[in-house]
Ligand binder design. Sequence first.
Ligand SMILES: NC(=O)c1ccc[n+]([C@@H]2O[C@H](COP(=O)([O-])OP(=O)(O)OC[C@H]3O[C@@H](n4cnc5c(N)ncnc54)[C@H](O)[C@@H]3O)[C@@H](O)[C@H]2O)c1
Length: 322
Amino acid sequence: MSLKSFLSSTTPMMMRVASKPLPAALLLSLGINVLKIIYKDYISPRSLIGKVVVITGAGSGIGKEMSIKFAKAGCTIVLLDLSLPAVEAVKSIIESEGGKAHAYVCDVTSSTTVYSVAASIKKEVGEVWGLVNNAGIVSGKSIFEVPDGLASKTLAVNTESHFWTVKAFVPGMIEKNDGCIVTVASAAGLVGVAGLGDYCASKWGARGFNDSLRLEFRKMRKYGVKTLLVCPYFINTGMFDGVNTSRWPFGLILPMLQPSYVGDMIVKAVRRGQSELRMPRLMYASDLLHFALPVWLKDLAFEIIGFSSSMDSFTQTRDTSK
Ligand SMILES: NC(=O)c1ccc[n+]([C@@H]2O[C@H](COP(=O)([O-])OP(=O)(O)OC[C@H]3O[C@@H](n4cnc5c(N)ncnc54)[C@H](O)[C@@H]3O)[C@@H](O)[C@H]2O)c1
């Protein structure tokens, strides 16, 4: 079929669609997104070879998984955590697989510690291209039971620390107009959950921080510095041991995520220059719930699905006193 006959046969249909603005806009947006996915997945995913990536909370859980997977993608990994043996162990795994890693002890809640560790990294490793704000804690206590200090600490680790790490590592990215900041928030940053008040507040905060950061880059016209917001549902790392993710049969469509899958998806999203990643995909529907349902109906739905009682069986496996 010639271009001329193709255009003359499709133009009346396109005109009909265009005369209905909403379907036309939806169709156009769907088409653009499909083309974007094809281009970024198969034609031009970004190469990460030789990039220096700093990962906080890299000693366990998804921090460890991401470190190993970013190293496999060719990055030099800078592992930060509270415990030296933990980051040294991850460094050994990466090196045994032929990758490059450096391990540092760093309490991300202390701005002075973050700035001095960042200065050492710049001298010993070089300019940082990527920052993954992943370190996190959970108290697992209700708003009325959580000790004051622990509520503050949750906000300090999960949200406030992002100010220190971004100020320490991102100016070099802005200068080069090239880099990436990954914010590991949570599905608890999309909705509220009974028994997770401090954690939800910290993850909603991290989400707001990520959005503001992205808009600041846009205002500076630094389109080469990307941000990625990650909102996963419960992951099988031990951080949320014992939780009842959801009642039968909802657990069938909302099972716990596996750390290896989450690590893979994050590396893939960074390579694609994606700005948001929710796992499982069903989490994208939370915006629709907020928009479409009255609050009482949304709360009732959460009760029926089992979210409201998911923390009742939680057991703390992490030492939150450190
Ligand atoms: N596990 C889940 O179900 C789940 C779900 C959604 C989001 N997340 C988020 O993913 C991230 C990683 O969680 P995980 O499941 O791997 O947990 P994890 O407990 O296995 O790992 C967290 C790491 O952060 C480190 N850390 C804690 N406080 C720190 C501090 N002050 N300075 C530096 N490092 C510190 C810990 O030592 C630990 O190695 C967290 O931000 C968490 O909130 C987890």
